[in-house]
Write a protein that binds this ligand. Structure first.
Ligand SMILES: Nc1ncnc2c1ncn2[C@@H]1O[C@H](COP(=O)(O)OP(=O)(O)OP(=O)(O)O)[C@@H](O)[C@H]1O
Ligand SMILES: [Mg+2]
Length: 625
């Protein structure tokens, strides 16, 4: 059984790429690969049987359509207004095929075609004619920039493979073109045959919620295949499916909410099913596991890939096996290492498990080292007189062990030293910190550091869409501006979503609030997201999370940081000359160095940038002081 449906009702999608020697670029092949990847990441990918034919020649068109007899056909390539689609013919000669001739071949060879996408320029008229016989036909009016179709096409198919209707998929594709600030999204036109309904879903389902729910239940009870689980994992990794941990008690049964496909709907999952799904998707390793990653965790596929590589591929006895992840407060470092800590691939590489610790700003190192010792079976370390003794004892325990060591939230280089010192040859150590100066203190090997970026605009908007779907649906444009103004920081997005949810629950419009959050320092004094609950059981405010970075500054540097809040342009970037003026100093470099070291300014080219949340923090410190 497969997530999203049974194998029998698959839709066959034939992707044809016409790369001609005449046009000398491989855009068409790139495009069909991108479409394939987009579908693979969508929740109903199992419903698609994808056939790719990357080097289409004119003589192949008919035979390929006959052979595959597809339900959906996409043709990607170049075309010229008067000559038609440019293809190779036999003997690598160039052939030009008028769309009308192509249409005749398709109509006679394809008996099941429901949808055809002529993904080349000047094809709209031909699409219109074709729609007299085929229900849904897309074509391109005039010309479209390559980048725009590369944005539209994968998005269109991803939406179809997420269970959307054809019209919704077209709208979604266009919105992605807009989001990427590309042009001519409206050049792609959908022609609908008489009597056909573009609001119909290609993926047949009663309600997607019920279907996914029953799929998950079947997966659990019928012990789904590795491939099914891996598809489910992919859907979760790309944010198409969210299983949240908010428990509600119904008839003594715990139920969990899950949200499918970017927050289009929510439903509940029985407790035992949820726990089993989580156990397989996020196995708990032996040792001390980090917390589970947050239920909403999107846009980190690349980061996860990179970190997995650093932790596994490049391990060798003579090399320092340290990986350092750094980034802004609230960018998602802890969430990322939590995901790594429960990653099945990582579990296979570190069979003896994981040791995890989150350090305070002033940690009791012996206690923390002793906790690891206890997990390895020794009660002795707590009695160690010095950190060095404790480190030596831990080193003896780790010497031959193959474990992943995770030290989250390091504030001083020396705090990482015992863990680095104790790591055996077969261990990998992963450290996170907000502070570039700590990164420099730990390793000089740039290839072993990873600067975790803020989310892309697309994923940042997805976070809002998952957290407050109705608000985003009604205020798409404003929410996009909000995401841009908050500079795509996960922490800020969650806090903003919380405010929007509260307002929406009261039945009020939210556009005023969106504007207030965009323009003001609205978020700073608000509570951080619930998953930021401290060891003391208290949820800190955003300000207190940020204070951790600014309280450790010396008085002059802190003052200079606060001044930046008052003088920050939008977006906040300063060159040295501007900093000299703001701070009224002859040489701003020493202060810049300290602020950069603390992760409060970031060098970009010849300028220094300050994240919006830090600007807000500086502004609020200015009024406090
Ligand atoms: N990829 C993501 N998608 C959606 N939300 C995320 C993502 N990453 C993190 N978050 C959310 O953003 C908030 C901050 O994340 P996290 O605590 O991991 O940041 P951090 O970088 O460790 O912060 P700090 O520097 O304070 O330790 C959390 O509420 C978390 O759930
Ligand atoms: Mg953290």
């Amino acid at each position: 059984m497969a997530v999203g449906g049974t194998m029998s009702d698959k839709l066959k999608l034939l992707l044809l790429a016409a790369n001609s020697v005449d046009t000398l670029d491989s855009r068409a092949t790139d495009e069909i690969q991108a479409i394939d990847r987009a579908i693979q990441a969508a929740p109903f990918r199992e419903r698609f049987d994808i056939q790719k034919e990357p080097a289409l020649r004119v003589a192949d068109i008919g035979p390929l359509v006959l052979k595959h007899n597809p339900d959906l056909l996409h043709i990607s390539g170049h075309s010229r207004e008067t000559e038609g689609l440019v293809l190779d013919s036999e003997l690598r000669h160039v052939a030009k095929v008028q769309c009308s001739k192509l249409k005749d071949v398709l109509l006679s060879a394809g008996s099941k075609l429901q949808l055809v996408f002529f993904g080349f320029c000047h094809s709209a008229e031909c699409a219109k004619e074709t729609s007299a016989r085929i229900d849904f036909v897309l074509g391109i009016e005039g010309e479209i920039p390559v980048k725009s179709s590369l944005a539209f096409n994968p998005a269109f198919y991803a939406a179809l493979a997420s269970g959307h209707s054809i019209q919704e998929a077209v709208d979604y594709g266009r919105s992605i073109v807009g989001l990427k600030k590309l042009h001519r999204a409206r050049a792609i036109v959908l022609h609908v045959g008489e009597g056909a309904d573009p609001t119909k879903r290609l993926i047949k389902s009663t309600t997607r919620a019920d279907e996914l729910k029953s799929d998950l239940e079947q997966l659990v009870h019928a012990a789904g295949s590795e491939r099914d689980w891996s598809n489910l994992r992919k859907a979760i990794d790309c944010g198409a499916l969210v299983i949240s941990q908010q428990e509600t008690e119904v008839d003594n049964q715990k139920e969990y909410t899950f949200t499918e496909n970017s927050g289009i709907f929510h439903t509940d999952l029985r407790g035992d099913v949820y726990r089993r799904v989580r156990e397989v998707l996020q196995p708990t390793p032996p040792g001390i596991a980090p917390p589970f990653r947050p239920s909403v965790f999107v846009g980190r596929e690349d980061a996860l890939k990179k970190i997995r590589q650093l932790l596994t591929v490049q391990r060798s006895a003579n090399q320092e096996n340290i990986t350092v992840i750094h980034g802004l407060p609230g960018v998602g470092k802890t969430s990322l290492v939590s995901a790594i800590g429960h990653d099945p691939e990582i579990a296979r590489s570190f069979k003896e498990g994981i040791l995890w610790v989150s350090l305070e700003q002033k940690p009791n190192l012996i206690t923390e080292i002793a906790r690891w010792g206890r997990a390895l079976g020794s009660e002795e370390i707590l009695k160690a007189p010095t950190v060095n003794d404790a480190t030596a004892q831990l080193a003896a325990l780790l010497k031959t062990r193959q474990m992943l060591l995770i030290v989250d939230d390091v504030w001083e280089t020396e705090h990482a030293a015992p863990f680095a010192g104790a790591a055996g040859d077969q261990c990998s150590l992963m450290i996170t910190t907000r502070l570039p100066m700590v990164v420099d203190g730990i390793t000089t090997d740039q290839t072993r550091t990873y600067n975790l970026p803020v989310l892309t605009e697309e994923f940042a908007l997805m976070v809002l869409r998952i957290l407050v779907p109705d608000v985003v649906a009604e205020n798409e444009r404003d929410c996009l501006k909000l995401v841009q103004d908050l500079e795509r920081l996960p922490l800020a997005l969650h806090v903003a979503a919380g405010l929007l949810r509260r307002e929406a629950r009261l039945g009020w419009g939210v556009s005023e609030l969106i504007e207030k959050i965009r323009k003001g320092t609205e978020l700073i004094d608000k509570a951080a997201p619930k998953d930021r609950i401290g060891k003391d059981g208290v949820i800190p405010s955003v300000a207190s999370l940020l204070n951790r970075s600014t309280d450790v500054l010396d008085e002059q540097t802190r003052e200079c940081f606060i001044y930046l809040g008052a003088f920050a342009p939008k977006p906040a970037a300063f060159d040295l000359e501007a900093l000299k003026m703001v701070w009224q100093v002859d040489d701003p470099k020493p202060i810049v160095r300290r602020l950069v070291g603390h992760g409060l300014l970031e060098p970009v080219g010849r300028r220094f940038q300050m994240h919006r949340i830090l600007v807000d923090h500086a502004k609020s410190l200015c009024t406090d002081d």
